[in-house]
Design a protein around this ligand. Structure first.
Ligand code: FRU
Length: 509
């Protein structure tokens, strides 16, 4: 009798406890933690890395991502899934693709197969097709080289459910250890699919008429660009350059980025359906900061090219001090082309949709800063997330000092002599989780104009810097003990701010 009562009490307690957890989740309390991004996508719980399978279809932007549903540490990868109407607000979707006997689900892409070339379509409706790497952990342990192969899955209900193709894998490994991250695009001129694949220290292009049978076209890059690590997550796109398409090849690399660890380089060139060629001799980076990796673009967005990156770095991604979840994505960025002298660069700017989050933006013109200016004195209370836009003379050093009440300090600045922007997180908060985390990171100024336009987007634990219409970009994460709530602009003598715009931003959760 006593025992039975006890069981009932335990049962009630368990039910109440799980009810409380559910309620907490529904109230989204976990989405308001200290380090939780308020304007960036992050998972409610557990581990994420690369954005995958980004495709736009019927008014919905799909974002899949490398996901470990049982841990905050990288492990057997699944494709998590979230959807959005504006790439800013996100709706949770069930896990889309699970590991199977061929392997876990590594990075890859998704397309709308408009002409049903794959035959996966039903009732005249175009299927969504996902093309991804399957990573066989047993094969890896056994020391064979062929444990990464490319597979397909398709969806006939706009991404809600996915069926793996029975003929998987569709592209077998020829004996290259790192053979992964297929990004597939439709090559209109020759009416065929092109797969851009990272094959160790180079890119290999394949083509197919039906997404199932692939033929090797060519290799690119073995002796070009940065080679401090393995090439991963490539993307071949065209970006409109005054009415003419400019071919761009994006190649992620880890390690070997300009500020250590993971980074994203790109090549300006030409593609003829078989070969990618470039005259570029220097190495160019889409983001010079430490925390934008594995970025690729959404497919099926027409002329608009939107890149999303993983806002972390393999140097410390598994150790950052968040408890129930790990890692977030960057703000989606619109890519454009800009000519500076004889050089052609890719620029990246936050998508326009972000403006929706601005709360009563305040604009000033022609402010002269005498040595220093406390922003709160001009704009009132400062809280995260927020956004600052300004136009400033490029003739002198200046910096932003971002503080909280317990003395954590983030410094962002421009070093005129070195012609570099920098973000210094040495004293920005918790950093003891990894020896490579702290430091001052530099990114070159590529523009030659005498005014800099600068946009800084702050979230609870990140800043994204866009200078000169997106020619110089840097992303950095940090972990202050308390939210930052003070911003001061410093300069040597006088600084002319021709425009200054400040806005607190609404949380997306
Ligand atoms: C890049 C990457 C990819 C791979 C995935 C595994 O961050 O290493 O090359 O597919 O992550 O999670």
């Amino acid at each position: 009798m006593k025992n039975k009562n006890l069981k009932v009490i335990v049962c009630i307690l368990v039910l109440q406890f799980s009810g409380a957890i559910l309620k907490a989740q529904n109230n989204n309390t976990s989405m308001k933690e200290l380090y939780r991004p308020q304007i960036h996508f992050s998972p409610k719980a557990h581990w994420i890395n690369d954005p995958n399978g980004m495709v736009y279809s019927k008014g919905i932007y799909h974002l899949f991502f490398q996901y470990h549903p049982f841990s905050t540490i990288w492990g057997p990868m699944h494709w998590g899934h979230t959807t959005s109407k504006d790439m800013i607000h996100w709706k949770d979707e069930p896990i889309a693709i699970y590991p199977d006997s061929i392997g876990t689900i590594f990075s890859g892409s998704a397309i709308v197969d408009k002409n049903n070339t794959s035959g996966f379509g039903k009732n005249g409706i175009a299927p969504l097709v996902a093309i991804f790497t399957q990573h066989n952990m047993d094969g890896e342990k056994a020391g064979i080289n062929t444990y990464q192969n490319q597979s397909l899955a398709f969806s006939n209900d706009e991404g809600k459910t996915w069926t793996k193709y029975e003929g998987n894998p569709v592209l077998k490994n020829p004996g290259i250890k790192d053979f992964r991250d297929p990004k597939v695009m439709w090559y209109e001129a020759k009416q065929k699919w092109i797969m851009t694949l990272a094959t160790a220290d180079k890119i290999t292009f394949y083509s197919s008429a039906n997404l199932k049978d692939w033929t090797k076209e060519s290799d690119f890059g073995k002796t070009l660009g940065a080679h401090g690590g393995v090439w991963e997550c490539p993307d071949l796109i065209t970006i409109d350059d005054n009415g003419k398409p400019q071919w761009v090849l994006i190649v992620n690399i880890n390690p070997g980025a300009p500020n250590g660890g993971s980074g994203t380089q790109y090549f300006i060139g030409d593609f003829d359906g078989k070969n990618f060629t470039t005259a570029q001799t220097d190495t160019r980076w889409l983001d010079y900061g430490p925390d934008n990796y594995a970025g690729v673009t959404w497919s099926n967005t027409g002329k608009r090219k939107i890149l999303l990156g993983w806002m972390s770095n393999w140097l410390y991604a598994n150790q950052v001090p968040t408890e129930t979840w790990r890692n977030a994505m960057t703000i989606p960025r619109e890519l454009n082309i800009k000519h500076v002298g004889k050089n052609i660069y890719v620029t990246a700017l936050p998508i326009n949709e972000l403006k929706k989050l601005e709360i009563k933006p305040i604009v000033f013109n022609n402010i002269i800063v005498n040595k220093s200016l406390k922003l709160a004195g001009k704009v009132g209370k400062i809280s995260m997330p927020c956004k600052i836009n300004l136009t400033v003379d490029a003739t002198n050093d200046f910096s932003f000092i971002i503080n909280n009440t317990v003395g954590d300090t983030l410094v962002i600045g421009f070093d005129k002599k070195q012609n570099q922007f920098y973000i210094d997180r040495t004293k920005a908060g918790k950093a003891d989780f990894n020896k490579d985390f702290t430091g001052r990171h530099y990114g070159p100024r590529l523009a030659t104009t005498n005014k800099i336009n600068l946009s800084l987007i702050f979230d609870a634990s990140s800043v994204e810097l866009f200078a000169d219409d997106g020619l110089s970009v840097m992303t950095s994460i940090y972990f202050p003990a308390k939210p930052y709530d003070q911003i001061q602009i410093n300069c040597k003598n006088k600084l002319n701010l021709s425009t200054l715009k400040f806005a607190n931003l609404k949380s997306i959760w």
